[in-house]
Design a binder for this molecule. Sequence first.
Ligand SMILES: [Zn+2]
Ligand SMILES: [Zn+2]
Length: 238
Amino acid sequence: MIACNCVVCTSDDPHDKRLRSSILIEENGKNAVIDAGPDFRYQMLRAKVKHLEAVVFTHEHKDHIAGLDDIRAFNYFQNIAIDVYASLRVQQALKREFSYIFSEYQYPGIPQINLKTIDHEPFTAAGIRMVPIEVMHYKLPVLGFRIKDFTYITDAKTVSATETEKIKGSKILVINGLQKEKHISHFTFDEAIAFAEKIGAEMTYFTHISHRLGKHQDISAELPDHIRLAYDGLALEI
Ligand SMILES: [Zn+2]
Ligand SMILES: [Zn+2]
């Protein structure tokens, strides 16, 4: 966190250097990212991503969409518009936040995107089949996505029984575990552990971690073997 002197923010451990939540999925040489927050540009540079076929949004909060403008680089090198998958509600927010992308007069060099509407039905982005899972972020519905036996959820506070069924059977679950203190719109550390046990994946990783949770090394020691903290740069084969 900017200007913070806490043990996490001043840690030398690279595992404690956390940018905003996002993942890159690669299948058959095609790349999709889930969310493009304010750190999107640096995340793409850091991971040396050379092409991008799709952006999929979970919800419209700024920490998940603010980086959309930087897909311009992919437009430039690939010479095509990039497919952007979002619910109608999220599309409204994108039109508000990035009005110039949608304006009648297209200033040269602005991002080129193809908006694709998603709801509760499975869809294919960058050739990758994704099953949306709707979770509640306090009162805001947010989408998580299941890809084969991998499920990625960033901003859950409550998950209905129907949606929980869609997650069950996942071998790898990524779920938000924000902090130990109560939070109105995010699973706490204990709630995330309870949810992980309920799903029973072979491995669960916590993401969307606040600096308030504590250092990677200390918190990892409190977790059972089948629950780990995710960290920037973590790569998994699914
Ligand atoms: Zn801090
Ligand atoms: Zn959010």
